[in-house]
Design a protein around this ligand. Structure first.
Ligand code: SAM
Length: 257
């Protein structure tokens, strides 16, 4: 590990994993997670088996299990995250699993109907690692199954200010793999700065193709108007959502096995 890479946020650190639950994730819910059923086609697939890779504390996992009647295997490499998920987001159709080495050896080839990874790759250090992770996902997803990744929009990084966070330094441009500061607001109003790895569309599209997701990759880049009829209107709260009217903070890329 290089000196630089030690700066990246590690959810293996219990205090960081714990603090993650205090971050204000309103924007992620309104303009990211709410679009997962659409991207994955889950409404049309009752009783589907879904892999949630990098599930973190399990809030999104539990919501999807309810929303889509999915049976979910939710995996994380952080023991603290899995413990938090077991404690705070238990669900009868969700099984939380720790994978210390990042592999999915407890899953058989083609066992999953679909898979998702939300905000996982910003804490992965290299393109080879991204490809290894996606190759393992490709192994466990059945032919025809979808894989959706929810990622920061790589076009919105040069100091872009969205509700609850600021991504990148003002005017900065980032190369794939570079560390990028992100200021994140907590629900108590305080702020913390984390470091994310910057990856672009090419990184994801190349990794998906090399890992065996050979078909076209569909892209959703939701802005505020797209949330009508998709997201719970209550998620808007009393925020202004100014930049979100014209700029998408997140991307959902969906590939088919
Ligand atoms: C930013 S958190 C996102 C958590 C959750 N998906 C969400 O959207 O709230 C990223 C998570 O990915 C996990 N992670 C990192 N590398 C991983 C890997 N190779 N396999 C599984 N999980 C991983 C981290 O431990 C962390 O919990």
């Amino acid at each position: 590990m290089t000196a630089e890479s030690t700066e990246i946020i590690s959810y293996l650190e219990p205090s960081i994993a714990d603090d993650y639950r205090n971050w204000d994730d309103s924007a992620s819910w309104l303009l990211g997670y709410s679009f997962l059923p659409l991207a994955l086609g889950l409404d049309r697939l009752p009783d589907t088996r879904l892999l949630d890779l990098g599930c973190g504390p399990g809030e999104v996992t539990r919501w999807l299990a309810d929303r889509c009647n999915a049976r979910i295997t939710a995996v994380d490499t952080s023991p603290t995250m899995i413990a938090l998920a077991d404690e705070h987001a238990p669900h009868e159709r969700v099984e939380y699993r720790l994978s210390e080495d990042g592999r999915l050896s407890f899953l058989a080839d083609g066992e999953m109907d679909s898979a998702m990874a939300c905000f996982l790759f910003t804490c992965v250090d290299g393109e080879d690692q991204i490809r290894e992770i996606i190759t393992e996902v490709a192994r466990v997803v059945r032919p025809g199954g979808r894989f959706t990744i929810l990622v920061p929009n790589p076009d919105q990084v040069s100091g872009a200010v969205f509700e609850g966070f600021k991504r990148g330094e003002d005017g900065a441009r980032y190369e794939p793999g570079e560390l990028m500061p992100v200021e994140v607001q907590r629900t108590d109003g305080s702020w913390t700065t984390i470091k994310n790895r910057y990856w672009n569309r090419d990184t994801y599209r190349t990794a998906l193709a090399k890992a065996g997701f050979e078909g076209p990759v569909k892209e959703l880049a939701p802005v505020l108007a797209d949330t009508e009829g998709v997201a719970d209107p209550a998620l808007r709260g009393d925020r202004a959502w100014e930049r979100e009217r014209t700029a998408a903070p997140f991307l959902l890329l969906t590939a088919t096995r």
